[in-house]
Ligand binder design. Structure first.
Ligand code: BGC
Length: 767
């Protein structure tokens, strides 16, 4: 039977592309940093990367991107003088696995050289309880007596896409630990990596060679005897707010060494046990779906920001510097719901990140295009909230020229996405502290931005949102994109609700905020805009036009369109893209809107739009399939929903995604799709929808699934929900503080703390 908690392979393919993909699949992370699933002996050419969350750097005119730390996990061997490496030696046998239970990566490789074999077994994890720490257990066994030289330490040859980010690099020894410290090129931020080794065999010396700070351990091995050593490395940056990053790093590794491997591992495991106790989803009857979904959840858990960091999750998570390590709408619209429902303390960090970057959003509004008011969040946001997205963000492989794209200046829905998530947090947790610590300010500034962006069409007596890009990036600078207009309307609604709430519950805080941002005179305008904002309505066939005059675009098929491509990586949008004059869209747009605002549209409208847009959607973004899957569950196309759910859930475990858009390398993991997989399971097949008033469950399980079980948090209270083909069971945790209403298949039921509810999955009550 497949182990549904492990991902494993027993092959090693010595090709760059495979090494890159495996590096993503087997990566580990702990929110503070990610470590790609590469081998101990690999270097920058194999894309070894220890990507640190929340610290960015720019070199010259190149793209600003996250900083990769020097690799404290480096180890290389020689056997009787011959270098041992999976790249150059004979690999007799290899196996590797990633344990999803605790994010521990293990590989065992048998190498052959000079008529002898050496078996290398290494296990590593990034500590879940001490986020700066990485721990490695490394063992080697030779089949015959041999002279083995182990070079282990910190490799300062760093894989950078647009580096070199670390300057003034110093390779030193400090209190028995190796220490590398440097500053970032742009802002001069301090970064330090320390490493210690605990080896009870051989003779160790120190060596600095080829930009590596190393312990060299020489040992004459006995045949068949296993030699094990432990490595502890720590990464600290100025963002950690410690007095000295160097001292903090050294102290961390010495403490870890003193505690020992087993202790570090058991502390780490205890944290992971808690994570899974909250966040696992069990699918009974479908192992493939189970494993893919669990792997997706795992991907989200490893990159959840460290508590107190106010960091967010980049579009390619911590799998490298790809996509500039930037935070997109992906986080709020695709990942945030998972955290909100299962791990709200992480949802708080994601929102704190938007509060932290509010000034950047204000700067962007003022300086973008003709200048606007309020908060226009960065399309690609980094540490300060300024936009990392460039005006020429995609390269054309046919001409080698950069293409003007308007993602940065016209994809205005980003501000509303942030406001919506902020409000969702308040609605579903009942916790208003985020609103008070800056969330309300974010919401009002987003509304202010939209008011300054909107046009009042006097003859039509309505506000319109012109010259934008919706989620479908193939059609730029369009007017009245249904998605964007709806998000704008929702932002006004939320702003008005925020005002009403604060006035009633926190009048003093309200007065302070209003005067701080000088917004009093604008508040009535938001009320008017909520009423008069135009949202495109369904035509007589029930189809909502994606934007003004979309229906007049050329009809074609994706197949026909693709047949015209000159280069396989050519971009279909921007000025001259093949999709631009056609109805082919990149990703869910109207359908995304129907999913986000599912309460506002009846089933028939969802079906009509889904059927119209699906054949015209290229699904050129990993964000697309889950939106179609979720809407399909709403009107009963469960088989389709299942296919698209699997497509989404398997994206990172299978790693068959495209890695180039135009000339830009995009190879990394897909946390938005991971979040989409969770949403499709729980919101789609589970039919769960929480509102400020209650939790609604209208299940529509896939036929193969005997049951779907998950935990959810609502208003700070915990529930275990099991949805079977015939019945729904909800167990309210005994420690819950209040009773909440669950509406299961139309029946309203109360969940007192400790109570178990059971109800027919259809309309009939079992209770
Ligand atoms: C998609 C965007 C998404 C971005 C990052 C693009 O290809 O069109 O919607 O935010 O990738 O994942």
């Amino acid at each position: 039977m497949t182990n549904l908690w492990k991902v494993s392979t027993d092959t090693f393919v010595n090709e760059k592309e495979s090494i890159m993909r495996m590096g993503n699949v087997y990566q580990i992370a702990n929110g503070y940093m990610g470590y790609r699933g590469t081998f101990d002996e690999f270097g920058p050419d194999e894309l070894v990367g220890i990507t640190i969350a929340g610290i960015f750097d720019r070199v010259g005119d190149s793209w600003r991107e996250p900083v990769n730390a020097p690799n404290g996990g480096y180890t290389r061997l020689t056997l009787d003088g011959s270098e041992i490496s999976a790249l150059t030696s004979t690999v007799k046998k290899h196996a590797q696995n990633l344990n999803l239970e605790n994010a521990v990566f293990n590989r065992e490789t048998i190498y052959e050289a000079n008529g002898k074999t050496v078996t290398v077994n290494s296990t590593r994890f990034l500590s879940a309880d001490k986020p700066n720490l990485g721990v490695i257990k490394f063992s080697l066994t030779t089949d015959k007596a041999a002279k083995v030289k182990i070079s282990t330490g910190i490799d300062c040859n760093i894989w950078d896409l647009n580096g070199k980010h670390l300057v003034n690099l110093k390779l030193e020894q400090n209190e028995g630990a190796l220490l590398v410290h440097a500053v970032t090129n742009e802002l001069g931020k301090k970064v330090a990596v320390a490493e210690v080794v605990d080896a009870s065999f051989g003779k160790a010396t120190h060596e600095v060679k080829d930009n590596r700070n190393l312990h060299v351990i020489e040992v004459d091995t006995e045949a068949g005897k296993t030699y094990t050593f432990y490595k502890y490395f720590a990464v600290f940056t100025e963002n950690d707010h410690v007095a000295s990053v160097n001292e903090a790093a050294v102290k961390a590794v010495i403490e870890a060494k003193n505690a020992g491997y087993e202790k570090c591992l058991s502390n780490h495991n205890a944290e992971w046990a808690k994570k899974w106790a909250y966040c696992d989803v069990k699918i009974d009857g479908d192992d493939e779906a189970q494993q893919a979904l669990r792997y997706s959840i795992f991907q989200l858990l490893i990159v959840a920001p460290v508590n107190g960091s106010a960091n967010s999750i980049p579009a390619r998570a911590l799998s490298g510097q790809v996509y500039k390590g930037a935070i997109f709408w992906d986080t709020e619209m695709f990942m945030f719901p998972f955290f909100l429902y299962t791990y709200p303390e992480k949802a708080v960090e994601l929102m704190r990140y938007r509060i932290k970057t509010l000034d950047g959003a204000r700067r962007k509004a003022k300086t973008e295009s003709i200048g606007f008011e309020g908060a226009f969040y960065a399309w690609e946001s980094q540490d300060d909230g300024d936009d990392a997205c460039t005006y020429f963000n995609i390269g054309d492989p046919n001409t080698g020229r950069d293409l003007r794209t308007h993602f940065r200046d016209k994809q205005v829905h980003i501000s509303g996405d942030v406001a919506i998530a902020m409000w969702e947090y308040f609605k579903l947790t009942g916790d208003d502290s985020l609103l008070l610590e800056g969330g309300a300010e974010v919401i009002l500034e987003c509304a202010r931005f939209y008011f300054s962006y909107a046009y009042f069409q006097k003859n039509k007596n309505r506000y319109e949102i012109l010259d934008v890009i919706g989620p479908d990036e193939y059609h730029e600078r369009v007017n009245n994109n249904a998605f964007t207009n709806m998000v704008t309307k929702a932002t006004f609604e939320i702003a008005n609700a925020t005002v009403a709430y604060l006035k009633e519950k926190h009048p003093a805080a309200f007065t302070t905020l209003v005067s701080k941002i000088n917004i009093e005179k604008e508040l009535p305008l938001f009320v008017e805009a909520e009423k008069l904002l135009y949202v495109p309505q369904p035509n007589k066939e029930g189809v909502i036009e994606q934007f003004d005059a979309y229906f007049k675009l050329r009809e074609t098929t994706i197949k026909e369109l693709k047949a015209q491509m000159i280069h396989p990586n050519e971009y279909l949008g921007a000025g001259q893209g093949l999709a631009v004059p056609t109805k082919i869209i990149k990703q869910a747009d109207v359908v995304m809107m129907l999913n986000m605002f599912k309460d506002r549209y009846p089933k028939e409208i969802k079906k009509a739009n889904w059927e119209y847009y699906e054949p015209r959607t290229e699904h050129g973004s990993s964000l697309s399939a889950c939106a179609y899957a979720m809407v399909a569950t709403e009107f009963g196309n469960i088989d389709f929903a299942y296919d698209y759910f699997m497509r989404t859930a398997k994206i990172d475990i299978e790693a068959k995604y495209k890695v180039y858009v135009g000339t830009i390398f995009m190879g990394g993991s897909h946390p938005a799709a991971n979040g989409g997989a969770w949403m499709t399971a729980v919101f789609g097949f589970g039919g769960v929808q929480s509102t400020a008033k209650n939790v609604v469950i209208n299940p529509r399980l896939y036929k193969k699934w005997n049951s779907l079980q998950f935990n959810m948090i609502y208003k700070g209270d915990r529930f275990k929900v099991t949805i079977g083909q015939d019945k729904v069971e909800v167990i309210a945790d005994a420690a819950n503080k209040a009773s909440h209403t669950f509406v299961i298949s139309g029946q309203s039921l109360d969940t007192a703390p400790g109570k178990t509810l059971s109800h027919a999955a259809g309309a009939k009550s079992l209770a």
